[in-house]
Write a protein that binds this ligand. Structure first.
Ligand code: CP
Length: 319
């Protein structure tokens, strides 16, 4: 294994960026950098988690996060079990904690959880001995997404300190925006949130970001432009007049992107709604790093599992 075998995270779990120190964030980014190399090997596997069991407990839909965790687990030689709400006894009314207690009876080492309720991973982490990794909880946090976003920014700019990062879209309902604000703030970047006033978070003043209600002034001199989709599943009705009008005022078009720094990159956590928050000419254009984010997601999730294992057992040592 190329990374330091002794490296470990102090906590049992990764439930949010708020609980990680800048040093731990840097350790995860450095470890991911080393682990990227595994994907270039003819046999894309290392034995770090051989004998460990990981349960992927996804109570909300996911494409990128679920598959990249599964790829990461397999590349670390873990045994993986996939659990989704549909097709399980959750659909018959079983609670999260009864589900978790039953899963714990099978002695997993890690549970990766995505859940519609904010705080579900934190509560689970208190009651089960397995390491819990938050794969997105309600509108609260999506820590592994913010880490892969930071990793992608570092690849392009060599670090995060002083970067001007625009995050635009349905911020109020976005766990990605919150985790990015926490991470980028800790690492010395400037974060600009852009949304119609109805889609800015109520606690925006406490997040250490600069709020904007128009995209153009926020884009001036930006190094990173991260677009977010409208999360229709988390709002009872549209918080703005129409999708057409949203595109007219808030979509990232080639003309608007020209206001950002010449070296600016375009990011999106996915899934994208083309023609709503982002124009296809930008999404597929030369400044887009959206698929690089997906590739980097595997390395970041490998790094987190590897470092959690190093903290708990001898599982991280090479053989
Ligand atoms: N970025 C992200 O969380 O995508 P998925 O919902 O597809 O996992």
């Amino acid at each position: 294994m190329p990374v330091e075998a002794a490296a470990a995270l102090a906590a049992k779990d990764v439930v949010g960026i708020q609980r990680l120190s800048p040093g731990e964030i840097q350790l995860i980014l450095n470890t991911a950098e080393e682990l990227l190399e595994v994907a270039r090997r003819p046999i894309k596997k290392v034995p770090a988690l051989r004998g460990s069991t990981v349960i992927n407990l996804f109570m909300e839909p996911s494409t990128r996060t679920r598959f990249s965790f599964e790829v990461a687990e397999k590349r670390l030689s873990a045994d993986t079990l996939n659990f989704s709400a549909s097709g399980s006894s959750v659909s018959k009314g079983e609670t999260l904690f009864d589900t978790a207690r039953n899963l714990m009876a099978m002695a997993p080492d890690f549970i990766i959880i995505r859940h519609p309720h904010s705080g579900a991973p934190h509560r689970l982490a208190e009651v089960v001995p397995a390491s819990i990794v938050n794969a997105g909880d309600g509108i609260n946090e999506h820590p592994t997404q913010a880490l892969l976003d930071a990793f992608t920014m570092c690849q392009h700019f060599g670090g995060l300190e002083g970067l001007k990062v625009v995050i635009a879209g349905d911020i109020r309902h976005s766990r990605v925006a919150r985790s990015n604000a926490f991470l980028l703030g800790k690492m010395g970047a400037e974060v600009r949130f852009v949304a119609p006033a109805s889609l800015l978070p109520l606690d925006v003043e406490e997040l250490g970001v600069i709020p904007f209600v128009r995209l153009e002034p926020a884009l001036e001199g930006a190094d990173v432009v991260m677009m977010l989709r409208i999360q229709l599943e988390r709002q009872k009705k549209l918080n703005f007049p129409s999708m057409r009008e949203y595109y007219d005022f808030f979509a990232l078009t080639p003309e608007r992107l020209a206001l950002a720094a010449e070296r600016a990159i375009v990011m999106h956590p996915g899934p994208m709604n083309r023609g709503v928050e982002i124009d296809s000419r930008v999404a597929d254009g030369p400044r887009s790093v959206i698929l690089e984010q997906v590739t980097n997601g595997v390395a970041i999730r490998m790094a987190i599992l590897y470092l959690l294992a190093g903290g708990r057992s001898e599982a991280a040592s090479d053989s």
